[in-house]
Design a protein around this ligand. Structure first.
Ligand SMILES: [Fe+2]
Length: 587
């Protein structure tokens, strides 16, 4: 054991594919978690390549250690969310056609294995002297969903592209133990199905979100037959047509024949056929997930469902499977992608070693787990920049007024979110009543496609008045559910209603984010609208992490003001003068 009197210290690390990250669990409590991309400023931290799985997220690891006030030598356990031996063994008998020396080939897989196996040595050379542990990837996802859920007993679905060889696992969590009842193996992979179609539709493999929003414009019936052949439920899982999908080749000819349309290039317009393909993909995915829900419910008879893995970020499917499925409660790990496996494998190691009587201390109340900065640090960074600032006594009130006047605000407060969604601590905020705001934000601030919707952060107390919510879901606190907007409210908040009449909401409560809750409450008092438009605080780069990132982003974009700690920051004195003049009216 370490010499810190802190109980067992476990560092969880994810580096093998992408979304490299680190998390630290001290005495069963999740202390801190962060993605490397927020620190190295490279989206997804690194690409998922055969020759780089051993590149550890050193910046993220150092942040974890700093937060815990310890050195690497004092860490008791390091868990990595991958099992290289299992991977190598399972891929030995693969007969699939692959790119020469690529994924799935003997040479490629051996290289991948050899690189990963350097990880324990790297850590030892850096001073680590504790216990090292490989944790199966799907187990790390499952643990990231179960231990933080607060449920004593739950059904678990882990579903992504690929772990070592599995792509979906149905399991059960009971007290401190997790076991799997059934497994779906590669190449039957919903995660890869979405990656393949993301590219086929002209996006990158990371753009499932874009495909999901494109799907809302399409008719799922048009290509229903093609998708039934490509992916359908079978037994306890599902089967995919691996030959047509050709996951390990950058070849789309079979899909082009099947849909009678060429693969779209990124600069080509989206056609009706693209919308219809996306819609059919969304529908078959929802159908398969609903089947997995029914299966895992039959296996466990639990009323609670926990989910993780990249596919669990599909808010459209999540809402349907929860509202139409057999479960009463749902917890989805907010960092459902591979980043979350860092906290999952840390929790897994803790429970395996300590065998605690209760998992109560492990409940995740929120996902504000990353870096935070005090007013002194913030002021020093403002002074180092060319920005202008003013200190405010009640920044929530002033920012609510600015949003109501049509300004776009960078809202940087408290600890950074862990997971892909900005949830009111590293967010851009705007007025949901302004229909023009969508085009303005997409084209002039975020530089992204017009079809992508924006989300509302709504006061928990009013969510039911504005959205059709059939069952209360904790997952709605993390933008993981999409609900129809009440018919009589749609015209009042056009900037946050998608083409299909739904919104991917974040419910905000005063307990877990009081400052953000106060801001929205002030906006509600001014406008009668209990929600604001919330999008991530970034412009094509990873979401801002530090005050320096935030100030730089404001200085080079059309964001009007930055509200950071107690400071209001602007590009020029004229903007601050304009603010002061308006504020004086309200005194
Ligand atoms: Fe994964």
């Amino acid at each position: 054991m370490n010499n810190t009197n802190a109980g067992l210290i476990v560092l969880g690390v994810n580096s093998v594919y992408h979304e490299s990250s680190a998390a630290i669990v001290v005495d069963g409590k999740l202390l801190f978690a962060i993605e490397e991309e927020r620190l190295n400023r490279v989206k997804h931290a690194k690409p998922a390549n055969l020759d780089n799985p051993h590149l550890l997220p050193h910046l993220a690891i150092n942040e974890c250690l700093a937060k815990a006030g310890i050195r690497l030598e004092q860490v008791d356990v390091i868990a990595v969310s991958f099992n290289p031996i299992k991977r190598l063994v399972r891929h030995r008998n693969l007969t699939e056609a692959c790119e020469p020396e690529g994924w799935g080939t003997e040479t490629g897989e051996q290289k991948f294995f050899d690189r990963i196996m350097t990880i324990p040595r790297q850590l030892t050379e850096q001073g680590f002297a504790g216990q090292f542990m490989w944790v199966d990837h799907e187990m790390a996802h499952a643990a990231s969903a179960f231990y933080p859920s607060g449920f004593d007993h739950a059904a678990i679905i882990s579903i992504d592209g690929i772990g070592e060889f599995e792509s979906a696992s149905l399991g059960e969590g009971n007290k401190r133990n997790i076991h799997f009842n059934s497994i779906v193996d590669y190449p039957n992979s919903i995660g890869f199905l979405w990656e393949k179609f993301s590219k086929f539709l002209g996006f990158s493999e990371y753009d499932a979100c874009k495909v999901m929003s494109v799907a809302s414009f399409g008719d799922p019936e048009i290509y229903a037959r093609q998708f039934e052949d490509l992916a359908h439920v079978s037994g306890n899982g599902f089967l995919l047509d691996a030959k047509t999908l050709n996951f390990r080749f950058e070849n789309y000819s079979a899909l082009e024949s099947l849909f009678n349309i060429k693969k779209r290039n990124a600069d080509e317009p989206l056609l009706e056929a693209h919308y219809n393909i996306a819609a059919a993909l969304q529908r078959v995915t929802t159908k398969i997930l609903l089947h997995l829900c029914e299966t895992v419910y039959a296996q466990t008879k639990s009323k609670n469902l926990c989910m993780a893995g990249g596919v669990a970020l599909n808010c459209v499917a999540n809402t349907i499977l929860f509202e139409q499925g057999p479960f009463e409660n749902i917890f989805i790990q907010p960092a459902a992608n591979d980043a979350g496996t860092a906290l999952g494998c840390a929790f897994y190691a803790y429970n395996l070693i300590m065998q605690p009587e209760s998992i109560e201390t492990q409940k995740q109340e929120h996902t504000y787990l990353g870096s935070s900065f005090d007013n002194d640090q913030i002021l020093s960074e403002i002074k180092n920049s060319n920005a202008f600032h003013i200190k405010l006594d009640n920044i929530e009130v002033e920012v609510a007024r600015l949003i109501a006047r049509g300004k776009v605000i960078g809202w940087f407060q408290g600890a950074m979110e862990f997971g892909p969604r900005a949830l009111g601590n590293r967010s851009l905020l705007a007025d949901p009543r302004n229909a023009d705001m969508v085009r303005y934000l997409n084209s002039l601030v975020k530089h992204r496609e017009d079809h992508r919707p924006f989300c509302p952060s709504v006061l928990t107390e009013y969510a039911g008045e504005w959205f059709d919510i059939k069952k209360e879901a904790e997952a709605a606190r993390y933008m993981l559910m999409a609900y129809p907007v009440k018919k009589d409210k749609i015209a009042r908040i056009p900037a946050v209603v998608h083409v299909d009449g739904t919104s991917r909401i974040q419910r905000v409560d005063s307990r877990t984010n009081p400052k953000y809750h106060r801001l929205i409450s002030e906006f509600h008092k001014l406008t009668g609208i209990p929600l604001v438009l919330n999008t991530s605080f970034n412009d094509r780069e990873p979401v801002v992490c530090t005050p320096k990132d935030a100030i730089k982003t404001v200085l080079r974009t059309n964001i009007d003001y930055l509200a950071i700690g107690d400071y209001l920051v602007a590009k020029d004195q004229a903007s601050l003068d304009a603010f002061s003049l308006e504020a004086a009216v309200h005194i």
